[in-house]
Design a protein around this ligand. Structure first.
Ligand SMILES: [Zn+2]
Length: 180
């Protein structure tokens, strides 16, 4: 069950989505590794994550990858719409019984299970990114040895890699191939 909900902006919610998709795609994703990522993004209560929750969250992460894999804005919007059609809840505002500022949720209620919460909160954040940016909300790392997703936030040239680490590794590899 969801325990505490720190209110994040849509951008920071999207960052949490990308980090969760990445940790959940790794082997093995465990309640501990997933809890670490949730804590990095401000969750402070006891996180009651079971192995079944992790299985459900992995399924949600897999579904969310399709939005990151979409090559165009139209394809990302369509992928997101497919997920939104399956959403069990309707858009609502919650303040978690007065413990947080009002913010939007798309899950069934404040006690929705983790998998449902991840899918719903991620869909909401990614929808806002498409709305605001009119571009794909992110992508999948271009490194052949990395499967991480990344977000397209702010301005600047389009990204191809999840991290500076991957960009540098691939630049070095390309340079080596050229000089051989
Ligand atoms: Zn990468």
């Amino acid at each position: 069950m969801r325990y505490i909900d720190r209110v994040l902006t849509s951008n920071s919610t999207a960052r949490r989505t990308a980090d969760l998709v990445n940790v959940l795609s790794q082997e093995p994703a465990t309640p501990d590794t997933v809890a670490d990522v949730l804590r990095e993004h401000g969750e402070s209560g006891p996180l009651d994550l079971s192995p079944d929750d992790i299985t459900a969250m992995r399924k949600a992460a897999e579904a969310l990858r399709e939005v990151f894999a979409a090559p165009t804005t139209d394809a990302a919007a369509e992928a997101l719409n497919r997920l939104l059609r399956k959403s069990p809840g309707r858009l609502r505002l919650t303040a978690h019984h007065g413990t947080t500022p009002w913010h939007p949720h798309l899950d069934r209620d404040d006690d929705a299970p983790w998998g449902e919460w991840l899918l719903a909160s991620s869909c909401l954040a990614l929808a806002v990114l498409i709305w605001d940016g009119q571009r794909p909300p992110g992508g999948i790392c271009a490194s052949p040895t990395c499967a991480n997703v990344y977000l397209t936030l702010g301005s600047g040239p389009p990204r191809r890699f999840c991290s500076r680490r991957c960009a540098t590794r691939e630049r070095v590899a390309a340079h080596r191939r050229k000089s051989q």
